[in-house]
Design a protein. Sequence first.
Length: 129
Amino acid sequence: MAYSFLLKQARKKLKLSLREAAAIFKMSPSTLNRYEEGLISHIPPHKLHALLSYYGIDPKKLRDEWLRKSAYERLLRYEESQRRIDADFLYKHYMALDERGKRNVLSLLMHESNVTASLRASKPPEKRQ
């Protein structure tokens, strides 16, 4: 999950300069700047937790929102991929399978149907402006 943009926006919202924020977190301004610009992709967990806590951002809520958004995006990609599959292609390949293969395909389709239904039931994340 990319926190860089979020960290920069939160710092600016509190009207902290890069130097002030770096002094609070006992790090160099250049390191904090690299975190905010996304040049350092892996922020050590204790530093990330300190930043998020100070800025008043709930990491659990942020993670849950990211997971919901990620699941919704996967659903959209899945539905788009399903539009590209030709029914004749599927039927021809299904009929070429032995009985065990047909059972496996049907089992997989039932599983995909259940996953898709549960993703559709979850509300997509609200768009921020």
